[in-house]
Design a protein around this ligand. Structure first.
Ligand SMILES: [Zn+2]
Length: 224
């Protein structure tokens, strides 16, 4: 039986390792809001031959063992499916679903998971545009870059936004800037990452607190 705390470790390592990179204990401790010493303690347990959920090399860091990755992807599937279900089936606003999913992701039974998925037409992405892993642990790659990196003059589509800042989500929701929306970059400030965008015939400005957390499709990068 895997505890909630183990599930949270594996999930956060998955997000931080972004492919196949090693995650340092310091970065992980920071993300989990725990002391590095207790994080190291847990990592030693997770890496032990009895659990074999991660690879852990002192001074180098940690990355998931295939066993750990499977669990991480299952938790992420639960999380994103719950977010989608709450949003689509129950009408919970998109800035409030993450907090609920943080709890429900650990207690969802296979049966309820299947029923939630069956009740929804499309379970490819969650309300924030993040791909929902399949039951057998496959996950789509999102080829995107932060809005803060985009040059003026381009039209891009919003693909994904960070799910854990409810103030930002409320703000973006008020502006109707949801995944799937096309926006034109009208102007960018010479310094910082603030942008003026055009959407639905209106121009509006997006501050540098927002633009790094909105991920968009495009082919060309801003010249630095
Ligand atoms: Zn979330």
């Amino acid at each position: 039986m895997i505890s909630q705390s183990v599930e949270n470790f594996l999930k956060n390592i998955y997000h931080l390792q972004d492919g196949d990179n090693w995650v340092t204990t310091t970065v992980l401790a920071d993300k989990l809001g725990q002391r590095p010493a207790s994080v190291t303690n847990m990592l030693q347990k997770l890496a032990s031959s009895e659990m074999e959920l991660i690879q852990y090399v002192p001074y180098k860091g940690v990355r998931l063992h295939p066993n750990g990755e499977m669990i991480a992807l299952e938790v992420i599937r639960h999380h994103r499916l719950v977010e989608l279900y709450l949003s689509k089936a129950l009408g919970v606003p998109w800035d409030r679903v993450h907090e609920e999913a943080e709890k429900l992701e650990h207690v969802l039974s296979d049966d309820v998971e299947d029923r939630m998925a069956a009740a929804l037409d499309d379970v490819s992405t969650d309300p924030h545009g993040s791909p929902i892993p399949t039951k057998d642990g496959q996950i789509a790659r999102v080829d995107s870059m932060p809005l803060s990196e985009i040059d003026a003059g381009q039209t891009v589509r919003i693909l994904e936004v960070n799910d854990d800042d409810s103030d930002l989500l409320r703000y973006l929701g008020d502006l109707k800037l949801y995944p799937g929306t096309d926006i034109e970059i009208v102007n960018r400030e010479p310094f910082g990452d603030s942008l003026t965008i055009r959407h639905d015939g209106r121009e509006l400005s997006l501050g540098e607190e927002a633009t790094p957390h909105v991920f968009v499709s495009t082919t060309t990068r801003k010249k630095r």
